[in-house]
Design a binder for this molecule. Structure first.
Ligand code: NDP
Length: 625
């Protein structure tokens, strides 16, 4: 089953009504002279660039990181390996995952008086994404004042608009301390399976530590980007130098820390494969420290202005209670194409959408969908022309600048925001190896072959991302056996089936925290918080009503799946026109993506729907026993 939780970002974009088919039917494209660019020429250029990158193996081009490659996912950050006896006890609620999703769920449950909570986490501390991704330069790309959860509750204000990795990691621990979530945590523990126990109405949870613990309720918050992936490049296992994946940064080898200054690299030739959001953030530090850096690029990222700044203490002091929620909702409304006078966040994301809407300037003018789509496409071209012009401004060598220009619609790939990335290519020791969309050809014992040339290096760093389009249970690392022996992998083999993205029939007392069939926002932690509030409400109802099990009715689940498909804004033609990447299942759009999509009306309407469901009070669609 291909289940792309992150298709949501793309549908968010398409939520503002972009449909290539309709655009192609438009007869009235303004003349290129009026626009400063030629839309037909750009469309053709995008098509040519996409075609260079299409490959028959799609998602299969990547290696699953196990077996001979499992070293790549070992935890390099553990200070003290854990030694404990297996657990065979019972708790009220088990939360799987100690990242933001698990932390927020734990926090909201604690607020509602749930004491018997156990979080199971693979790492040796809380933090999830921010535990694993400690590469130099890691920082949030959504403004920290809305991205860092529970700021008002914990009384913390981030030190800068885009907080860096260590600050976000430390905030994760602050949340855990504040809500007393260290009390019964199981770190360095990986769930290996979940079995529903019909007779006892509880889940039996197996782990890699021999645990067989029981829980009445389970919250699965595995995270959408938790499994690193490697490219299936010929000879990848033959390299004799040092290698690692960015999500397991080897500071022992590189020296330095998350702020950079990678002092052990001054006499090293380093290769980095991958120029996505991670590559964009770590490459400036590698370029500044390594004797020689070779950046192997298959597709350039779109890299816009970052403009980070320290927090203004006067502004921070002026914030009134409720400010974070208000700011999060303001951001959500703007980034889903809604109209609000004030843009509180004013960052790259809201700017993108504002730019599109103002260029399209369609509101209140009664334009039809085709005309809106056409204007949106023009606004997209205009924005990407600016992004390409910025490359020319920042990069001295015109040939290198040309190679760094992205030729696709902005939301075909995750947009990046950085002020040091592009100028890194002006440094003497830094070489961009533009593979013209083909990628690295081969890895040899000595280095990397691309464009028919071998580059000898001491170290290869894989900035090649995480599994997205693979089976949910493969990415989770475990399967679930529900009522009557039904496996979740079987239930979802033709696409997700849930009520509200949260409950699955046949899997009682289970909560799935994911973007699929639920609300999606660019600001992930916001939707996690809405989900956590919802879970907390349901568990309170179970407590006060002496309810032992809850489970969606068949009818409610079927209706929800139908509603998700009906409202889906995923356009196969838009996906097909995009350059390959994880948003379009590596260039092979999955027909099931409409079913696995997030709620098509956008995040705020979804959150409202959930609030209304709670206010109605009867837990509609959930069977109770
Ligand atoms: P991505 O999947 O975005 O990027 C992987 C990179 O590896 C791409 O540039 C890809 O090229 C390249 N690649 C893969 N195979 C080969 C090959 N054979 N030869 C050459 N290059 C290859 O992973 P990231 O880790 O960069 O980012 C994943 C996601 O994590 C982001 O989209 C974002 O959602 C999140 N993230 C968020 C951050 C933040 O908020 N601050 C920071 C970092 C990540 P191609 O494009 O051609 O496929």
């Amino acid at each position: 089953m291909n289940h792309s939780d992150l298709a949501g970002l793309e549908s968010l974009w398409q939520g503002i009504l972009i449909e290539i088919d309709e655009i192609e039917e438009m007869a009235t494209t303004p003349a290129a002279d009026d626009l400063g660019f030629d839309p037909d020429g750009l469309r053709e250029k995008y098509r040519i660039e996409r075609d260079k990158r299409l490959r028959s193996d799609g998602n299969e081009q990547y290696l699953e990181v196990n077996g001979d490659f499992s070293d790549y996912v070992d935890d390099p950050y553990v200070e003290e390996p854990l030694n404990r006896d297996p657990l065979h006890d019972e708790v009220d609620v088990v939360i799987i995952g100690g990242g933001f999703g698990g932390l927020i769920a734990g926090a909201r449950l604690r607020e509602s008086g749930f004491e018997d909570i156990r979080i199971i986490e693979k790492g040796s501390d809380f933090g999830g994404t921010w535990y694993w991704n400690r590469y130099p330069g890691a920082a949030c790309d959504t403004e920290a004042y809305i991205y860092l959860p529970l700021l008002e509750e914990t009384g913390y204000i981030p030190t800068e608009k885009y907080a860096k990795g260590p600050e976000i990691y430390a905030h994760s621990q602050r949340i855990a301390r504040h809500f007393d979530l260290y009390r019964d945590v199981c770190f360095q523990t990986e769930v290996s399976g979940l079995d529903w126990q019909e007779r006892d109405a509880c889940w039996l949870i197996h782990t890699n530590r021999g645990d067989a613990m029981r829980a009445r309720f389970v919250v699965m918050s595995n995270g959408p980007l938790n499994r690193p992936k490697l490219p299936g490049i010929r000879g990848i296992d033959t390299f004799r130098g040092h290698t690692f994946h960015t999500s397991r940064w080897d500071y022992e080898y590189t020296g330095g820390g998350p702020e950079g200054d990678l002092s052990n690299l001054t006499d090293k030739r380093v290769a980095v494969i991958g120029t996505g959001a991670t590559g964009v953030q770590c490459i400036p530090h590698l370029g500044a420290s390594a004797k020689a850096l070779y950046v192997f690029q298959r597709t350039p990222s779109s890299v816009d202005v970052r403009n980070n700044r320290p927090t203004d203490s006067e502004w921070a002091g002026s914030l009134k209670p409720g400010w974070q929620r208000e700011r999060m909702e303001n951001f959500n409304t703007l980034t889903s194409g809604g109209v609000i006078e004030e843009d509180l966040v004013q960052d790259g994301w809201t700017e993108i959408i504002r730019n599109l809407i103002s260029m399209a300037n369609y509101r209140g003018q009664g334009l039809d969908r085709g005309e809106i789509a056409r204007l949106m496409e023009l606004a997209d071209f205009q924005k990407m022309e600016q992004v390409r012009a910025r490359v020319e401004e920042c990069v001295n060598d015109p040939g290198v600048a040309e190679s760094l220009k992205p030729w696709y619609r902005q939301f075909c790939k995750r947009p990046c925001f950085h002020d040091e990335y592009l100028p890194t290519f002006n440094l003497e020791g830094v070489t961009l190896v533009d593979t013209q969309g083909k990628g690295v050809e081969e890895i040899t014992p000595r280095g990397i072959v691309a464009n028919g040339q071998e580059y000898e290096v001491d170290c290869i760093i894989f900035a090649t991302g995480f599994e997205v389009g693979t089976d949910y249970t493969r990415r989770a690392g475990y399967d679930l056996t529900g009522r009557n022996g039904m496996r979740l992998s079987d239930k979802w083999k033709d696409g997700m089936r849930t009520l509200h993205g949260l409950h699955a029939r046949g899997f009682p007392n289970l909560f799935i925290v994911s973007n699929g069939q639920a609300g999606f926002t660019t600001n992930f932690p916001h939707s996690m918080d809405e989900t956590a509030r919802h879970i907390s409400y349901i568990l309170q109802q179970c407590r006060s009503g002496n309810i032992t099990t809850i489970e969606p009715t068949q009818e409610a689940e079927d209706d929800w799946v139908e509603e998700i498909i009906r409202l889906s804004r995923i356009s196969e033609s838009f996906q097909a026109a995009c350059t390959p990447g994880y948003y379009n299942n590596e260039g092979k759009p999955d027909p099931r993506s409409a079913q696995n999509a997030s709620y098509g009306k956008g995040p705020n309407p979804f959150f409202k729907l959930m609030r209304e469901w709670r206010a109605e009070g009867s837990m509609q669609g959930l069977e109770r026993h």
